[in-house]
Ligand binder design. Sequence first.
Ligand SMILES: C[S@@+](CC[C@H](N)C(=O)[O-])C[C@H]1O[C@@H](n2cnc3c(N)ncnc32)[C@H](O)[C@@H]1O
Length: 244
Amino acid sequence: MVGNIRLNESKLGSQQYWDDFYKKEIENFNTNSEDTGECWFDDSNAETKIIEYLLNYFEEGKAADDATILDVGTGNGHLLFQLHEELSESDVGEKAQFVGIDYSPHSVLFAKEIANRKYSDVGFKFEQVDLLQKECTFIQKNQGAFQIVLDKGTLDAIALNQQPIAEFGGKIGMEIYASQVSQMMAEGSILLITSCNFTESELIDVITESGTNDLSVYDRIEYPKIQFGGVEGSTVCSIAFMKK
Ligand SMILES: C[S@@+](CC[C@H](N)C(=O)[O-])C[C@H]1O[C@@H](n2cnc3c(N)ncnc32)[C@H](O)[C@@H]1O
């Protein structure tokens, strides 16, 4: 167990919930092609801040122009599409490759549909992948393949499922997540996670497995602080972890 961190069980931790969710988003998109779906943590301006962070990362020469970028639990792919838009207006990341994975078949259908209709010249790749599968072909084929890995709200969803996974000796999803994702990261690559369910220190504990694995804190994104009951905090946090 990672520390004693546990979130409550919720329907947001089930594949059925997310598949129904993206099925609905496809229906909305088919009625109005401007409606490309929910942008999680928009009220905290998280997506804009993540993209600003990544633009700087490229501009400072920390990522190559042809960097491989993976979004885990990509949902409607919004973060990748928006990142592409911003990179194409800058003079960095011109040849970046964008890959999104999600375990919901309707998420993948939806992201592919948006990519086909709006960005057919870019070559976005979307694939249905369950991050928590032991014999996962995508993970096996992509060992060390990505320079930037993004997660906005996916670990949060995973942590809302407390069901033990037999093929991982009864561990729950959030205890398996770091080792699964880390396999796809190149040495020196970053995993930028944005969460509303974990505090910064909990997130660090979960991802570094209390400082015992090959991921360590690299950087963080600042969000405006709020005060509650004399305690200061933010509604979301984003932390970048580097693979040693
Ligand atoms: C809160 S949504 C965030 C979606 C997207 N990242 C965004 O910011 O709009 C959580 C996403 O994680 C995906 N997800 C949850 N568990 C997963 C797993 N084990 N493997 C792959 N995707 C998963 C869900 O299908 C859903 O798309």
